[in-house]
Ligand binder design. Structure first.
Ligand SMILES: Cc1ncc(COP(=O)(O)O)c(C=O)c1O
Length: 427
């Protein structure tokens, strides 16, 4: 009887102890979380006003066909909606029935809904004193031209390429630019002949992105001049004595084809569209000079950010010299923002971003091909399926541009958020 009593007391005491422990530990945890939350809230001081301003402007409804911005137009003390093409009215809800699509350009804002879903993770707050210096001081012993780029951002760019499997970055140098547009000229400067009596011929294969010619002509350099279409140039110039720099755009703008060099000499691989939403990725690109852009990867064309991946050290140093002389580097605010965006881009090994972007592009191509298949007047480029290592299946490309439409090219329909007024026109 006595033993039974002791045993009972012992069991009760153990149970009470366990319950106490659970209470203390879970309670402490909860308290800890709460304290953290409170201290997190308490630690917000100067950022609160900026955060409230950002959220207030983001909450202005523009019917999904536009956006209001803090630095946009202000009317009656309130930011007003900036409407996307073909929409108007104070809240962008009015579709203009006569609106013609701009066949000559596009804006990759089709990813805006994805970034709105990722608002908390992708937003940045920039204090008034953020990185006022020209340079980064993370390598204090390095000269300024090597200190114009965020080391952390470079790390994320390399990580992104290894996840997507679209470029080799090990043992390569990386240089940032103000969009890939700046890097295209930096590349010409770095690769072209140093002998002005025999300037390099800059070539691109028809159909090519017109900016290659535009920039070459604009810079009017003694060291390089535009030589036209690569194939025609090859048939007219049998000599190897002429220095050439060939732009290879892969996937190509405008036809979406994965291109290779015609001449196999000095090349600039423009990989603006070499991402899984535009093309199947057959394997990592491994060229001497490859150029990528944020504009087509995440859709942030307005951030103006691109990067070059470079094999050769001399070429890399010439790139740095160009960036240093032309612009003293890239905006530090942009680099911070790009870092935030890339951290989201690589979440779950890129799945959420590339699933969203691929599905959106595929849906638009499906709708477009279905409409055009009913037309006897219009046809577009053929698309060829290919195995994509990233998605691990065979897929059709969904280029960012339309090519071969016999009359009206409605390029904007594919990449613009508000797009596809095309279907109105064709119905
Ligand atoms: C093939 C190609 N390269 C480069 C660019 C320029 O992109 P960025 O916005 O990085 O200057 C574009 C833009 O449309 C493009 O189509």
């Amino acid at each position: 009887m006595k033993t039974y009593c002791y045993r009972k007391r012992f069991l009760v005491s153990i149970t009470i102890n366990i319950l106490l422990c659970v209470y203390i530990y879970t309670g402490r945890d909860r308290c800890g979380e709460k304290n953290q939350e409170i201290s997190h809230q308490l630690s917000l001081s100067w950022s609160e006003k900026a955060a409230a301003e950002a959220e207030a402007v983001a909450a202005i409804s523009c019917s999904g066909h536009g956006r209001a911005f803090l630095e946009g137009l202000i009317y009656d003390g309130q930011p007003v909606c900036e409407c996307y093409d073909c929409y108007g009215g104070p809240d962008c809800s009015e579709l203009s029935p006569e609106c013609a699509a701009d066949a000559d350009g596009g804006d990759p804002i089709f990813l805006e809904p994805f970034w709105m879903q990722k608002a908390a993770d992708s937003s940045v707050l920039i204090p008034g004193w953020h990185r006022m210096s020209y340079k980064y001081n993370d390598h204090p012993l390095m000269s300024i031209e090597y200190n114009l780029m965020s080391t952390e951002l470079e790390y994320y760019i390399r990580k992104l390429h290894s996840i997507v499997g679209n470029a080799i970055t090990q043992g390569r140098y990386i240089v940032f630019g103000i969009g890939s547009s700046q890097l295209l000229t930096a590349a010409l400067y770095a690769l072209s002949s140093e002998n002005s009596s025999s300037p390099s011929n800059v070539l691109a294969t028809i159909p090519y992105y017109p900016v290659y010619k535009g920039q070459t002509v604009l810079f009017n350099s003694k060291n390089f001049e535009f030589g036209g279409d690569t194939n025609s140039w090859q048939s007219n110039n049998s000599t190897n004595n002429i220095d050439v720099v060939e732009f290879v755009t892969s996937p190509n703008n405008p036809d979406g084809e994965l291109k290779k060099s015609v001449l196999g000499r000095k090349t600039i691989y423009d990989h603006a569209y070499f991402w899984p939403h535009f093309t199947p990725i057959p394997g990592p690109s491994d060229h001497d000079l490859m150029i990528f852009t944020l504009s087509k990867l995440t859709g942030h064309a307005g951030a103006r950010f691109g990067w070059a991946i470079i094999k050769n050290k001399d070429v890399y140093e010439k790139f740095l010299n160009y960036i240093m002389m032309a612009d003293l580097g890239i905006s530090k605010d942009t680099q911070l923002r790009v870092l935030k965006l890339l951290k989201v881009a690589i979440e779950e090994n890129g799945k959420p971003l590339f699933d969203y972007s691929y599905n959106t592009m595929r849906d638009r191509w499906d709708r477009l091909t279905s409409v055009l298949s009913k037309s006897t007047r219009f046809s577009i480029q053929k698309r060829h399926p290919l195995h994509c290592n990233f998605f691990n299946e065979t897929r059709l490309p969904s280029p960012g541009n339309l090519f071969n439409l016999t009359k009206l090219i409605l390029y904007d329909c594919l990449t613009s958020y508000s797009a596809c007024y095309i279907f109105k026109i064709f119905k």
